[in-house]
Design a protein around this ligand. Sequence first.
Ligand SMILES: [Fe+2]
Length: 220
Amino acid sequence: MQRVKLFEAAHKGLRNALSQFSFLLGKCDFNNSVDIAKLHSLGKDVFMMLSTHANDENSVILTALEEKIPGSSKQDMEDHERLEQEQDAIEKLLDDIKELNAKGAEASGSGAELYIKFSKFHGDYLLHTVEEETETQRLLWENFTDQELHAMRGKIIGRFTPEAFEKWQSYIMPAITQSDLLMMLGGMKANAPEQFTKLVVMAEKFLPAEEFTAIKEKLK
Ligand SMILES: [Fe+2]
């Protein structure tokens, strides 16, 4: 039987946001205020998600793992610290670019630096998520039941503000398989009808029209 994959949906959402940022960054004209505003706004989503995600993993998943097997979370925790430093530098550079542009100053040098720094970070981050989805996930399966893994997921989701939850869904919903989306919505329909109604509204907003119609049909 398929075990609970604790990282998969969140990581798919993050990969979606990171890829969109990479794409927009590559085509950004750093003398164009509209391009910069779009990139900056997407960057704020990406960095908010990355920060809350690392915090959720550290305080819920890795803390629980560390209690079972001392030392087992060391690698992931250290990765989070290293990635956070890279992320801070990128976020600052992005803010500086916005400021330079607002003052009418030249920002293409900083833009080129941002492109290289982010590309390295993107690569580093993807490798980190693969490590979590293989090695860390294996340790979680060996040491926790699916019920316990579900409880960890519930604890993380329960801490989201409604705004942050919707922001995450805007990147997760279009990035997961239709069957996973149906499983999530179907579970909500049975156990939390109020949440289900809210999620259907989000699905309509974030999914292509034909995909939403197909899902709605299957949920009847
Ligand atoms: Fe992580």
